[in-house]
Design a binder for this molecule. Sequence first.
Ligand code: HEM
Length: 349
Amino acid sequence: MQNPTGVLELGKEYPPPGEDAVIAELERISVELLKRDYPANVRPARRDAHAKHHGCVKGKLSIEADLPIALKVGIFKEPRHYPALIRFSNGDRHAQDDTKGDTRGIAIKLLGVEGEKVLESEKHEQTQDFTLVNHPVFAIRDAQDYLELFQLLIKGGNKLKFFFPGINPRQWRLHEFKIATTINRKKIISPLEIQYWSMTPYQLGTGAAKFSVKPQVVGVAPKAIPKSPHYLHTAMVNHLATQEARFDFLVQLQTDPYRMPIEDPTIAWDEAVSPYQKVATLTIPPQAFDSPEQMAFCENLSYSPWHSLPEHKPLGGINRVRKHIYESIARLRHEMNNVPYQEPTDSTI
Ligand code: HEM
């Protein structure tokens, strides 16, 4: 955190010098990896991360009435409903068996969101996205560390070398290793019955916040983990055949710029110091969602934390990396698949 005065302020970013060059190199490597994974005879080209989805469903986000003034910002300004497209996924860059431990993601795209968006190229789009996974902290601190990991991966090196680069324990990334191991071992019973976190912070008015999405309805899925490779899709089909799924949408305000850093998403923000507060309800009504058309529609959507109003602008180094990579990867895979790259509108669904 390269603040010349050493004093940190709430809601402020502190990009380190030279970060732009690091991000440009990361973008170059990501593009190279995607092209390498998907030569011309392998189509469709999938996402560079969260390649496998369990389903893309329709729902709505209903904003709470009478929120405290500090939370009445952006989409939370007034009580209303937003139509939503929600994609559930495994985190791996390859579509793998659901019985393997992995990160699980939820990506929420709100439609009909008025106001100019932060990306110059998508200023007039009407979408606001939120991307969350089933763990509160990320295993990589910043762009520079991400580059070291990527440089290792592109050479076909072992990920362990990133965490333990040598015999000197001072160089070990033990804190990050513990997070990565916990995340990579996660097995779940249903994507509709787990809690998700944004990991990285976002602007909330003049301050900053992290987000979480927590299920209200649990116990619908069977208790034991089935053996089938695609059981998470089946769990969603079975749940939504008869019942709705409902989640609380929560925000955690940054109240201490030192103990709740913007620039290091490996540090959990203490809930005893700043508890999560409910701002909205995400409802997914019963529905059939696995027609080939809907599956293809899902594949062709692009989610990004940067599909955003300025009031919810992504913050911190990892989010600054995501700004460039999500857009170039999403554009490239659409080009490779010969499908238009465009945001959906209210009338698309
Ligand atoms: C520097 C760090 C990161 C990089 C480079 C990265 C990269 C990517 C890329 C390239 C995609 C696919 C984009 C597309 O083709 O549409 C993606 C998807 C996703 N990422 Fe990340 N990511 C990063 C960090 C994170 C973090 C911290 C989270 C935590 C919430 C996250 C959650 C997701 C989710 C949920 C998706 C799936 C979105 C969907 O369903 O379409 N990512 N990521």
